[in-house]
Each structure stands twice: as C-alpha cells, then as structure tokens.
Design a protein. Structure first.
Length: 74
C-alpha cells in the first residue's frame, strides 16, 4: 500500500498535538512524551513512512491516546 507523504504529515501533526495534550497528571503522560519525542525524530527524516519505526510509533501513539481517554472517562 502506497501512502502519500502529505497523508503521513497530517497523521503526524494530529498525533503530536493530541499526545501533547494528555494531562501531566495522567499515568500515560510519560509514555506519550516518549512516543512524541520519537515521532519528532521521524519528522526529521525526509520521508517518514520509509522509516521502519513509523507505523509502530503511530500505532503506539494512538494506543496511548485511547488508553488516556479511557482513564479520563473513569
């Protein structure tokens, strides 16, 4: 499956902004910070989707967002 560079960029921007918004009081804040830092390193790459860790990091980021949202609704 071929992804456009523009789509990758939109996903990264969305994910980075959402991970940044996780409350510092949340258990997930520290993990979100680590994934966010790794994603920022991927942004420095010419084509993020060609980075071996890109898909894994995106999945981890969305998993953290989901877990933080569940935590918040309890």
């Amino acid at each position: 499956m071929i992804k456009s560079h523009n789509a990758d960029e939109k996903i990264l921007r969305l994910l980075l902004s959402r991970l940044e918004r996780i409350s510092a009081d949340s258990y997930w804040a520290h993990r979100a910070s680590g994934v966010r830092g790794s994603l920022l390193k991927v942004v420095d790459a010419a084509v993020p989707s060609q980075n071996d860790n890109f898909e894994m990091l995106v999945k981890m980021g969305f998993d953290i967002l989901e877990a933080a949202a569940r935590e918040k609704t309890k």
